[in-house]
Design a protein around this ligand. Sequence first.
Ligand code: OGA
Ligand code: MN
Length: 382
Amino acid sequence: MAKMAVSIVESGEDAFRKIFKYYKRRNPPPDFSDVIDFSRGVQSHKIAAAKLDPGAVSDMEAARVGLQPVRDWRAFSLHGYPGFVFISNPFLLGSQPFWVRQCLKTYPQKPNVCNLDMHMSPSETQDIWGKSLHGLSRAPPGKNEPKTLLERLRWVTLGYHYNWDTKTYSANHYTPFPADLHQLSSQITAACGFPGFKAEAGILNYYRSDSSLGIHVDESELDHSRPLLSFSFGQSAIFLLGGTCRQDPPTAMYMHSGDVMIMSGQSRLLYHAVPRIVPAPQGHTSLDMESYSPASSPQDSTVVEQMPEQDWTVCSKYIQSSRVNVTVRQVLGTGQSFPETPSHPPSSRTEDQTDTYHDRPADGDSVKRKRSSSGDSDVVKA
Ligand code: OGA
Ligand code: MN
């Protein structure tokens, strides 16, 4: 917990909100010196090496999805947050570009759902990538030039499509979950001691440098005994991990490109938020990305494949100023199904929770208003 942040919190207040605002602040900028950086290893007494199960995933299986052998992963736990695991970029050098392209070119495609679908026809949002190519290859985006669809993309949902208004998933709003992302997720969860994880829902968040994600708990999934996975690509983020109530001051940590977070057990239902996007440290993204040469597998079954150079040109330009976050969730427990009647918005909400909404990234300078499913430039109330 940041000393600076602690000193601004008084007892009984919404400590999370105060610290969120502190890290979001532009003028003067916050002091980042207490933000945990797992890429530097076990630098504080709050961090310990996490035990993984290297036998759960073969080196060959890992390489197929672009991951290093499990024994080489640098995985950490955080004191006071049982079930929370942070894996500092377990990807093989040069394999992140494949996943970035999936996030920018493949996953936004139909039948997946994105924010642009809320106010555009299916034909207009048909080929976001193709329709954006011309605009993205232009020199510095002119002030008066309309933004490309890719630049206006804020979220994509996969599998059981999350309904932002009712905060529910439903049986009748489902499309097949991407097989490659399911494989990646199940290998990571297996190594963390959760065999049999089923990736059933995904939310992709697209952040620009002034975006943030409001304070929330991911509680819409029906089985909270299954872990939640989070991947980060491109620019870095400050991630705040809090407690079970808003009075618990959160811990701030960096998420860099390639980092993976697992929220499970007691940490599965903790408050969290992204108050700020920060530039990737020198060499963090660009170096890895520029040396792009896909992991070659003796078998032909590799998921991570070579990509045309033009695709990488567009992706690398995009992530120079943006961050993509992918969260993967198992919605239903084994043998569980959705309730017959559509579930009402939870009636058991406490006063504390009414201030919380699961939000997609919001832009820094737009007018503050509560999120609706239609807009794509809303700001999160923190
Ligand atoms: C989410 C989430 C965090 C991030 O989508 O639920 O908490 O790092 N994302 O962007
Ligand atoms: Mn979340």
